[in-house]
Design a protein around this ligand. Structure first.
Ligand code: PLP
Length: 376
C-alpha cells in the first residue's frame, strides 16, 4: 500500500461491530474483564491502551515505517511530551548531541529539565558534520536531529547523522514535525526513532495537541518509551486521537499545496527590497538546498525571513497583515505569521528581525497580496 492510501483510509480501520467507516470514539476509561480474569478483547484501562489511540498508533507506524510493518508508534498528549519521553528513556549521565537551531522548547527542556536530571547535552551546528563527529563522547547515547529546523530552516543530513550515531553506538532520533512523513522518510535514511508534534501537519487543522514517538522496529529503547507512556501517563484523549486520525486522512492532499504556496512566497520575498534574508530550503541559494533535495520529496510549508530595519520593522510588518493570522504554531490550513524571538524569550539566538511563516492552504495570490501590502 502506498503512503496516500494508508493516509486516506487511516490505515483501514473499519469498526468491527458496526461497520462504521468513521470510527466511533471510545470514551470508556475501563474495559470488562472475562470471567476467568483475562482481557480477551485486548483492552484493560485507557491510560494503558484505548481503541482510538491504538488505531492512531498503528496508522502512524505504517505512515513512517512503510510496508515492512515492523515500525511501532506511541502517541502522547503533545509533541513536547513525546520529546520528553525519548530523553527520559535514557539514563542520567548519558550524553546527547542536539542541534543549535531547533524548536526552542526542546533546547529549553534539555537545559532546564534534563540537565538537572543528569543528562549532558552538546548543542552543535549540525550542518557541519565534522563538528557533530567531534562532539561524540564515550557516553553519547543519542543524536537528536531536527530538519528542517525551527525557526531558521537549517537542513541536517539525516544519513550522515545516522552513520555517526551508529558508529558511536548511539541512537539517531529525528524530529520530523516540519516535513511530515509525506515529505521526509527518516527511517529510510537510517534514523532509529522519529518524533512528531502531531499538533502540526499530521492533524492539520489547528484544533488538537498531540505527539508521537515512532521506532523503526521494536527495540529495548522503544519498550522503555512504552513503559514510560504507560506509567507516567502523558497520553492523548480518545477524541484527540480521533481528530488526529481524521486530519491524517487528508495529509497527502494538503502537503503539496503547503509546499507550492511556500515556494511562491519564498521567491516573492527573496526579491523584495525590504527583506534582507529568506530561509526556505527550496530556494536555489539556500545552503542546505542539495541535501534537502536529496532527502525530502518537497520543501514543505514553513519559511522564515528577516525584515530590513530589525525588530521594530518586523513587528510593524506583522501588525499590518490582514489575511495571515498573527499566531504561533504551524501546519494548519490557515497561514500564520509570528515574530519568533519575542515568543522564545530574552536568551534566544533567533534574529530579532525574523518573522516565521506557516504557509496555509489559501489561494496563493491572496497571500502574496497580503504580504506585499504588509511589507509596504
Ligand atoms: N517539535 C517541533 C519541531 C515543533 O515545532 C514543536 C512545536 O512548535 C514541537 C516539537 C512541540 O510540539 P507541541 O507544541 O505539540 O508540544
Amino acid at each position: 500500500m502506498q503512503f496516500e492510501t494508508i493516509a486516506a483510509q487511516a490505515a483501514h480501520h473499519i469498526d468491527e461491530t458496526t461497520g462504521a467507516v468513521a470510527p466511533p470514539i471510545y470514551l470508556s476509561t475501563t474495559f470488562e474483564r472475562d470471567p476467568d480474569g483475562e482481557y480477551s478483547r485486548g483492552f484493560v484501562y485507557s491510560r494503558v491502551d484505548n481503541p482510538n489511540r491504538r488505531a492512531l498508533e498503528q496508522c502512524l507506524a505504517l505512515l513512517e515505517g512503510g510496508e515492512t510493518g515492523s515500525a511501532e508508534a506511541a502517541a502522547f498528549a503533545s509533541g513536547s511530551a513525546a520529546t520528553a519521553v525519548v530523553f527520559q528513556a535514557l539514563a542520567p549521565g548519558d550524553h546527547v548531541i542536539a542541534p543549535d537551531d531547533c524548536y526552542h522548547g526542546t533546547s529549553k527542556m534539555l537545559r532546564e529539565v534534563f540537565a538537572p536530571w543528569g543528562l549532558q547535552t552538546s548543542f552543535v551546528d549540525m550542518t557541519d558534520v565534522d563538528s557533530v563527529r567531534q562532539a561524540v563522547q564515550p557516553n553519547t547515547r543519542l543524536i537528536w536531529v531536527e530538519t528542517p529546523s525551527n525557526p531558521l530552516l537549517k537542513i541536517t543530513d539525516i544519513t550522515r547523522m545516522a552513520e555517526i550515531a551508529k558508529s558511536a553506538g548511539a541512537v539517531c532520533a529525528c524530529d520530523n514535525t516540519w516535513a511530515s512523513p509525506m515529505l521526509q522518510r527518516p527511517f529510510e535514511l537510517g534514523a532509529d526513532l522519529v518524533v512528531h508534534s502531531t499538533t502540526k501537519y499530521l492533524s492539520g487543522h489547528e484544533d488538537v495537541t498531540g505527539g508521537a514517538v515512532v521506532c523503526r522496529e521494536d527495540s529495548a529503547l522503544f519498550q522503555r518509551v512504552r513503559l514510560i507512556q504507560n506509567l507516567c501517563g502523558a497520553v492523548p484523549s480518545p477524541f484527540d486521537c480521533w481528530l488526529t486520525l481524521r486530519g491524517i486522512r487528508t495529509l497527502p492532499a494538503r502537503m503539496p499545496t503547503h509546499s507550492a504556496n511556500a515556494g511562491r512566497l519564498a521567491r516573492f520575498l527573496q526579491d523584495h527590497p525590504r527583506v534582507s534574508a529568506v530561509h526556505y530550503p527550496g530556494l536555489p541559494d539556500h545552503p542546505g538546498q542539495d541535501i534537502a533535495a536529496k532527502q525530502m520529496s518537497d520543501f514543505g510549508g514553513m519559511l522564515s525571513f528577516q525584515v530590513v530595519g530589525g525588530r521594530d520593522a518586523a513587528m510593524a510588518v506583522a501588525a499590518r497583515v490582514r489575511l495571515f493570522v498573527r499566531a504561533t504554531s504551524l501546519g494548519g490550513t490557515q497561514s500564520l505569521i509570528e515574530h519568533r524571538a519575542s515568543i522564545e524569550g530574552p536568551d534566544t539566538p533567533t534574529p530579532d528581525a525574523l518573522l516565521r511563516v506557516s504557509v496555509g492552504l489559501e489561494n496563493v495570490d491572496d497571500l502574496l497580496a497580503d504580504l506585499a501590502q504588509a511589507l509596504g
